[in-house]
Design a protein. Structure first.
Length: 402
């Protein structure tokens, strides 16, 4: 349907403007009259030549989905029909991609499709966890409560990701800066010194000879080096895209000192939070574990969760197969065992998630505290070493001139 830009005044005489979707201009004018808007300007919005090319459209962010989920929960709790809530939230979206999706969901629900099934048509925006919980909420008649829990869950998940990304940003930036500085010195600065030293005809000190050799190598093989790096990255991605490669690399990551411990804690926090939220919302445990496994972010943990689900389907309690995988810490297994025994597994999983959120915070702080002095020493040693190597011959220049 076409869109129409409008300007006008509401019943209080206040100026308003916006965009409305309608089959024709008469329907658009009738809709504005219905919401008590007196239009002073109403015309069809020009078509965007790139609107059908997905690459050029803005992405739907996690923040967009969280705000939508919380607002829809409030509307349903206040007694507003689902279709009307989706229409209101869709029309007020600034993100055209998300607006289009929400209005499509509203249209599907209006024609008799369940809310969960309508959301499943957009897996890039609403993942399996979201859809399964919404389905449980629809069946149980507690959709507003489920949406509120989903919003809280996604907010905590986003906070966790930000903390980890924040810890990784600093060393990556420092490493990139050091590589750029090193490249500039070797390609542009060292050759100038090399020519000057050669003109004097004196033998260069060993450190200076090493730096000059490095400079010549980088200058002569710069393009080959870029091609080599591109090929390595391409092959790595190809290998990681295979199930065997993903499992091997994820297993190696878990074995890394410090970083491996952080990845494991993040995975445990995410596992506990996701499973606890789904069980609390009434999603069966086997379905919950299937969703948790796919959203774990680590192939080793995904395999462990699927093995646990298989064992539960055979009638075993959840704690035993979790312990047998050797992936989850003993404390987590014991707490899950206690929670299962007293019939409060969802509450126990929430406590585990809260505990590991704090553990992740501490691990991120420790990692940052360790990286900062290491990067300072690394950058100082790198740049300082190059400067000293270049100035060593200058100290002998007086002897050469004499």
């Amino acid at each position: 349907m076409p869109h129409f830009n409008w300007k006008g005044k509401n019943s209080y005489g206040e100026k308003r403007k916006g965009v409305i979707e309608a089959p024709n201009i008469e329907a658009a004018r009738a809709h504005l009259k219905k919401i008590r808007i007196t239009p002073s300007k109403l015309k069809e919005k020009p078509k965007d030549l790139l609107e059908n090319i997905e690459f050029f459209q803005p992405k739907v962010t996690g923040k967009d989905v969280v705000i939508f989920t919380r607002q829809l929960s409030t509307m349903i709790d206040a007694g507003l029909p689902l279709v009307q809530g989706l229409e209101i939230l869709g029309n007020q979206q600034d993100n055209p991609t998300f607006k289009k999706i929400l209005l499509q969901v509203r249209s599907d629900v209006e024609t008799g499709t369940t809310f969960a099934d309508a959301l499943k048509k957009h897996p890039k925006v609403f993942d399996s966890l979201f859809c399964n919980m919404v389905e449980a909420g629809e069946i149980g008649g507690i959709l507003d409560t489920i949406l509120a829990r989903l919003a809280i869950f996604m907010e905590k998940n986003m906070t966790l990701k930000k903390r980890v990304k924040g810890a990784m940003t600093y060393p990556i930036i420092c490493l990139c800066i050091s590589i750029i500085i090193l490249g500039v010195i070797l390609i542009f600065v060292v050759p100038v010194f090399d020519k000057m030293f050669t003109d004097f005809g004196a033998a260069l000190p060993v450190p200076t000879q090493i730096v000059v050799s490095m400079s010549n190598f980088v200058k002569n093989n710069f393009l080959y080096g870029l091609v080599f790096i591109a090929i390595v990255i391409f092959l790595f991605k190809k290998f990681y895209a295979t199930e065997r490669g993903e499992k091997k690399i994820d297993a190696m990551v878990l074995q890394l000192p410090i970083v491996g411990d952080l990845v494991r804690k993040v995975a445990v926090a995410k596992f506990s939070r996701t499973l606890g939220t789904m069980l609390k919302s009434g999603v069966p445990i086997l379905e919950s574990l299937a969703v948790v496994a796919k959203t774990s972010g680590n192939k080793v943990i995904e395999t462990a969760v699927f093995r646990t689900a298989d064992a539960i389907s055979e009638g075993r309690p959840i704690a035993e197969p979790l312990e047998e995988t050797g992936v989850f810490p003993g404390m987590v297994v014991q707490m899950i065992n206690v929670g299962e025994a007293v019939g409060a597994l969802d509450a126990m999983l929430e406590k585990i998630a809260d505990f590991y959120d704090e553990e992740v915070d501490q691990a991120v702080d420790n990692l940052t505290a360790m990286i900062e002095p290491f990067m300072m020493v690394f950058l100082g040693g790198l740049i300082g070493g190059l400067v000293v190597a270049m100035y060593l011959p200058i100290f002998k220049m007086g002897e050469v001139v004499g």
